[in-house]
Ligand binder design. Structure first.
Ligand code: NAD
Ligand code: ZN
Length: 349
């Protein structure tokens, strides 16, 4: 796949491509360039060696910067560690960074690359389902602050994305389900057939075409709206209430994908009540989620959810941009005045 942002780049989806990272990188980066492979403490021990030897074999000089795995380590102290590693290793603007891991690794390594020397290039090798279908494509990078998630960041497109579905064989099941929540989202907003394929079950054994379709949908939205001022917001389907639920759960007990899943059901229920969404849509989404063992509702008080929604950093001004489905496979933006959110949510009480 080729993605046509201001600076176009390739996304390769192929079993085993991680082990050919050097060859693939050689098409994009200058021979003899130096690189630091940023990876976390779970992914590094499994895959860093293969990536490093492939890069070395292709004539790149590589070293590894590991950091502790987990969202709680998506912190600026680790960014500073990366800058130090880049500097010790003598990276210049003709060198590059490799992000090898899940979304946490990609977001942080991408942000470090975006800001070091005012920006050096980077290669994404996403290893979680969520990173493969979502975070590695589109150029959003960033890091959490004590004040909130992803509060500091930059748009910085990778120079190449290598998606190796084989890496999913070592991904813990809970994280696989988490990524699947986003895959269901892509089906909801853009592709009824994709939704049906996931609903039919057994996706783990034929995940490749699903990854391909999800990435292609993300590509389409990112190309139309690289800086996220319009259509790209449709990718936030399920996220308005999803983020609120994550916050109410203090980012524990509920994964991001689970929260988004519940958010999709809630939003569709409200859409149905408002006569904007085809009746039965919320039920269809709920059925797929339960098929994969994901929750479809949350006991949180709708009033608290509404309050937590009001302070979402992505909503601007007096209006709040809701993403609704017309039916499975078609979505639209529905801006409403903040003051009307309570009434819109009445279907939930
Ligand atoms: P993650 O990077 O923490 O990975 C999840 C867990 O799986 C980690 O413990 C990781 O070590 C492990 N792991 C990853 N790949 C593995 C593999 N192949 N084998 C074994 N273990 C593996 O989290 P995530 O779910 O990948 O991503 C979540 C992050 O992505 C969040 O911080 C979120 O903000 C960010 N995100 C960014 C964007 C974007 O557009 N930039 C979009 C969505 C999410
Ligand atoms: Zn998401």
């Amino acid at each position: 796949l080729k993605i046509n942002t201001a600076k176009p780049y390739q996304i390769l989806i192929e079993r085993g491509c991680l082990r050919r990272a050097g060859e693939e990188a050689a098409r994009v980066f200058p021979g003899g360039a130096k690189t630091v492979i940023v990876t976390d403490s779970n992914v590094g021990p499994i895959y860093a060696h293969a990536v490093a030897s492939s890069l070395e074999a292709a004539g790149f000089q590589s070293s590894v910067f590991p950091f502790p795995a987990g969202e709680e380590h998506k912190r600026t102290t680790n960014i500073l560690g990366m800058y130090a590693a880049f500097s010790d290793r003598g990276l210049t603007r003709s060198d590059f960074v490799v992000a090898l891991g899940g979304g946490v690794t990609g977001d942080m390594a991408g942000f470090a690359a975006a800001t070091y020397l005012r920006g050096i290039r980077f290669l994404q090798i996403p290893t979680s389902l969520l990173a493969q279908i979502d975070s590695s494509v589109g150029g959003k990078t960033g890091v959490d602050l004590p004040q909130g998630k992803n509060l500091v960041g930059a748009f910085h497109q990778p120079s190449l994305v290598l998606i190796d579905p084989d890496t999913l064989s070592t991904l813990p099941d809970a994280f696989f389900a988490d990524g699947l929540g986003e895959a269901i989202k892509y089906g909801c907003i853009r592709d009824g057939e994709l939704f049906g394929r996931i609903a039919a079950g057994g996706v783990k054994d034929e995940i490749e075409p699903i990854i391909y379709r999800c990435v292609d949908i993300k590509r389409e939205f990112v190309e139309r709206d690289e800086l996220d001022n319009g259509d790209r917001m449709l990718l936030n389907f399920g996220h308005t209430f999803g983020h609120a639920l994550e916050k109410l759960h203090a980012y524990k007990d509920l994964t991001h994908g689970e929260a988004v899943g519940i958010g999709m059901v809630m939003m569709s229920r409200c859409g149905e009540a408002a006569g904007l969404t085809e009746p039965g849509t919320a039920e269809k989404i709920a059925r797929v989620l339960s098929e994969y063992g994901m929750p479809v509702s949350d006991p949180a008080d709708p009033d608290l959810i509404r309050e937590a929604t009001q302070v979402d950093k992505k909503s601007r001004g007096d209006n709040i941009n809701l993403v609704l489905l017309r039916h499975i496979g078609e979505s639209f933006l529905h801006p409403i005045p903040r003051a009307e959110l309570g009434r819109f949510m009445e279907a939930l009480s």
